[in-house]
Design a protein around this ligand. Sequence first.
Ligand SMILES: O=C(O)c1ccc[n+]([C@@H]2O[C@H](COP(=O)([O-])O)[C@@H](O)[C@H]2O)c1
Ligand SMILES: Cc1cc2nc[nH]c2cc1C
Length: 336
Amino acid sequence: MTLEETIRRKIDLKTKPLGALGQLETLALRIGLIQQTESPQLKHPTLLVFAADHGIAAEGVSAYPAEVTYQMVLNFLGGGAAINVFCRENGLDLRVVDAGVNADFPEHSSLIAAKAGYGTASFLHDSALTVEQLEFCLAKGAELVQGLQQTGCNVVGFGEMGIGNTSSASMLMSVCTGIPLDQCVGKGTGLTTDQLSRKQSVLQQALTRHGLLTDPYKILQTYGGFEIAQMVGAMLTARSLHMVLLVDGFISTAALLVASRMQPEVLENVIFCHHSAEQGHGLLLDFLQAEPLLRMNLRLGEGTGCALAYPLLKNAVAFLNQMSTFAEAGVSSLDD
Ligand SMILES: O=C(O)c1ccc[n+]([C@@H]2O[C@H](COP(=O)([O-])O)[C@@H](O)[C@H]2O)c1
Ligand SMILES: Cc1cc2nc[nH]c2cc1C
């Protein structure tokens, strides 16, 4: 029997009509396959919020000013953001990564210093990252996840914060999928319809400027952000360490898309947690053939969809490990 058959059989022997736990059964199976066991365990779940600034923000593509990135990181460190609340409620550890915010932070036990610069260059005029910055970010992301694994963590959630980063994500999506740019661009933090038209024309100019790109490293260097590139490095390493990856919003899914262009197998380790309200996320999820656990119209980022969905993973693993079989409970099954 393959491991998949063993897990399916274990699920089917539980005291419930066949298939009655629906998507929770699919989730349990997926976690078992990721961990290569019929008795998976979720250990030290950790949510990483990667934060960085974006040169493209200077082009008026966000509803909010760029300094909100810095201010929100201080809010994360103070414990007052949505992601702090949801991580506390649901038992995830939270770490904030300064991947390249345009200001310096005081030391803090939850802050990981991993600055690649003080914000990227504007991809309207230049490549967002230099080759050196890209290499630094991929290596930092990898190093970070290795460190987490050494502390016993086997579930990692990917969150981000960066004013302007839906612009980066839209470019990465359009270039990697071939989906026309206008279908990949949305209102982000809340642009008006007029402001959205401006964002679309800025991003269209950038696309024309950089021309056809096919190499995922070059695409990431051209349009990425420091936080997106660190997520890519972290995701690839998490996959190689057999960890469970939690992915939710538009930006983190765009990072995953790029990672999957480098190593398609990374997708096998991902639990898609939430379908964001951001225009483009639905098409991106379809492209990746993903069916997220939740659809609650969040469009916040920070990894909030991951933290909200995490209890479902806990319950999936718990039923697989704890529920009685028909034989154990003396309940008549279809086979009796
Ligand atoms: O995760 C999402 O789907 C999502 C959708 C819209 C906005 N965001 C967040 O909003 C910021 C980017 O929006 P913008 O308009 O500045 O490009 C960034 O901090 C993201 O975490 C996140
Ligand atoms: C206030 C605020 C909080 C955020 N969290 C993630 N992206 C954000 C963008 C803004 C503007």
